[in-house]
Write a protein that binds this ligand. Structure first.
Ligand code: SF4
Length: 381
């Protein structure tokens, strides 16, 4: 299978209070320069005419680009890629920044799946998160995407927000589902270093969500999505059968993808590439005719095994044992059979003829399951 393609657009309208992604505010001239550098990086990184398995434009806020800039980006992609097979092609959309002209430019580029960064429908929480959009904007943006012909819709929601109650979270989720979304991604709020929200936490102005409430929200999500016909296929992702995000499945199974853009990562056969999180340095390198990648590292066998467990056990179907053997270079039971046995006895892990996976209980304590398995790897390394 051909690799997937990830394109990072590190520009936003403003910085959200909780965000530590590589993103920032920039003017149109910087964005024009960035698109030209994407063209150069694609020429250097991607075999001409590549037909990627999936494409994902993320950020940042890809829809910070003007309609004209999105058209330019579409032309750039058209020069390097063969998208004639209509691969899954997702673009992250910040509802505040979408216009009918931008939605049309995205659809013309080949985007057929919109990942809407709604986060909440509640005006109070949108303000608390410093989100750029207001209540009601999300519904309008979803209508624009549909009108342009972008058929698949995923909604991102955050939960475990400071002061959020279980009924408030459930109301957000029901509202997302009422829009006819076929996919929901949930993100528990985390307090990242050096963000406005963390400073508020340090000043005692906000309180973190209690752990038992966060767990209750996690369980409610499974129940409410299930009633709407969306099954949990990854610990925080729900989809109508057949509408799972194929691009993210590449990440969770440590498949191959090429990462383009400042701050983007890629992975080809267990070798990770990393671009600098500095769009000017990244542009300068490409303008000088060379790749800007700051690192390329081949994972050692133990790292391969650990990474595959870390990502793959997030999936409800778990890690395919044959894939583990091919990627890590050894049988799962040979590498961590003892720890797995302990976890099976505790009811946290189970085997099928083809996979090893977390039980429902195991998914609730996923981090501990992975740590236990990884400890076995260390002993054997
Ligand atoms: S829009 Fe997304 S990437 Fe940009 S600041 Fe907000 S959370 Fe971060």
């Amino acid at each position: 299978m051909q690799p997937s393609l990830y394109i990072h657009i590190p520009f936003c309208v403003k910085k959200c209070g909780y965000c530590d992604f590589y993103s920032g505010v920039a003017g149109d001239a910087d964005i024009d320069r960035y698109i030209a550098a994407l063209d150069r990086e694609l020429a250097l990184m991607v075999p001409q005419g590549l037909a990627p398995a999936t494409v994902f434009i993320g950020g940042g806020t890809p829809t910070r680009l003007s309609a004209g800039q999105l058209q330019q980006l579409g032309q750039v992609l058209g020069r390097h890629l063969d998208l004639s097979a209509g691969p899954e092609f997702t673009c992250e959309i910040n509802p505040a920044t979408l216009t009918p002209a931008k939605a049309k430019a995205l659809a013309q580029m080949g985007v057929n799946r919109a990942s809407m960064g709604v986060q909440s429908f509640d005006p109070h929480f949108l303000r608390e998160l410093d989100r750029a959009h207001e209540a009601g904007t999300a519904e309008a943006a979803i209508a624009m995407a549909r009108e342009a012909g972008i058929a698949r819709l995923s909604v991102d929601l955050m939960f475990a927000l400071p002061g959020q109650t279980l009924p408030q979270f459930e109301a957000d989720l029901r509202q997302a589902l009422a829009l006819g979304t076929s996919h929901v991604s949930l993100y528990a709020l985390t307090f990242e270093d050096d963000t406005t929200l963390t400073r508020k936490l340090q000043l005692g102005q906000v309180q973190p969500c209690p752990e038992d409430l966060e767990r209750a929200m996690f369980e409610a999500a499974g129940r409410i999505c299930g009633q709407a016909g969306l099954h949990r296929y990854e610990v925080s992702n729900f989809a109508v059968p057949g509408q799972e995000c194929r691009h993210n499945l590449v990440y969770w199974t440590l498949g191959d993808w090429i990462g383009i853009g400042a701050g983007a990562h890629g992975m080809l056969d267990g070798t990770i590439t990393a671009n600098p999180k500095d769009f000017r340095a990244w542009c300068e390198a490409l303008e000088a005719g060379r790749l800007a990648a700051i690192g390329q590292s081949a994972m050692r066998p133990q790292e391969r095994a650990e990474a595959l467990l870390l990502m793959g056990l997030r999936l409800v179907q778990g890690v395919e044992l044959a894939r583990f053997r091919a990627f890590a270079g050894a049988d799962f039971t040979a590498l961590c059979g003892q720890a797995a046995g302990r976890l099976v006895e505790l009811g946290l892990l189970e085997f099928t003829p083809t996979h090893v996976r977390c039980t429902e209980q195991g998914l609730l304590v996923l981090d501990s399951v992975v740590v236990e398995l990884a400890s076995d790897l260390e002993v054997r390394a």
